[in-house]
Ligand binder design. Sequence first.
Ligand code: ZN
Ligand code: ZN
Length: 243
Amino acid sequence: MKFLRVLVDDIMDVFFPGSCPVCSSPPKMDEGYYACLECLDEVAWVGGSTCKYCGIPMHSVEYQGLVCSNCRKHSYSFNRGKCMFILDDVGKGVIHAIKYQGARDVLNDMPHWLDRCAGYRDFLKGAHLVPVPLHRRRESKRGFNQSLWIAHAIKKDLGSVVEVGDFMKRTRNTPTQTRLEKKERKKNVKNAFALKPGVCLDSIYKIVLIDDVFTTGATLDACTKAWNEAGIFNVEVATLGHG
Ligand SMILES: [Zn+2]
Ligand SMILES: [Zn+2]
């Protein structure tokens, strides 16, 4: 089966070679990379001191646990959060390629991304990586859940120190958050998530919710509440982009 999958991938590469998510040139121009190395340099990677909840850089103050002005206005249910890069035009291009063009191969660069985000790997260790679910109707329309792809790409890098747990479902088909204001976003996703039946809670030490972007944190907070209701309070969040 594996051979068949590799063969199909190779054939797909010939007919649909994909492109660098930043500059759209053919992929694999630099050995070992899917996107161009120089294009990856242009992404606004996050490292150093970061906001405890949303993960944006807090360069001016050198200690962890600091909360950015945006997150100070909220009381999140999750304990901590990390993001990989800022959603400037370059970052948005990366997300867009994955989410709307279905370019899963962009995630082949995950090890290089993780190398550029100090502390991200350590943050995830020992966790069940739980993708934020799409409603089944939206997922069947899109054909995939990008957050599940991201979780698997991370697992491929980190190996046995993390598990992917596709443990959640969306109970309501909520309208997309993109065009909603902050308050409306919170209302929109309230009680929209639940654990799938049969999830074994005993083996869970830590949950890290995985999503493509952190915007207001409303979706991630609503997911956290579903875990809290099940008695799991060690819940953190990790995203690719912030903005
Ligand atoms: Zn490029
Ligand atoms: Zn923050």
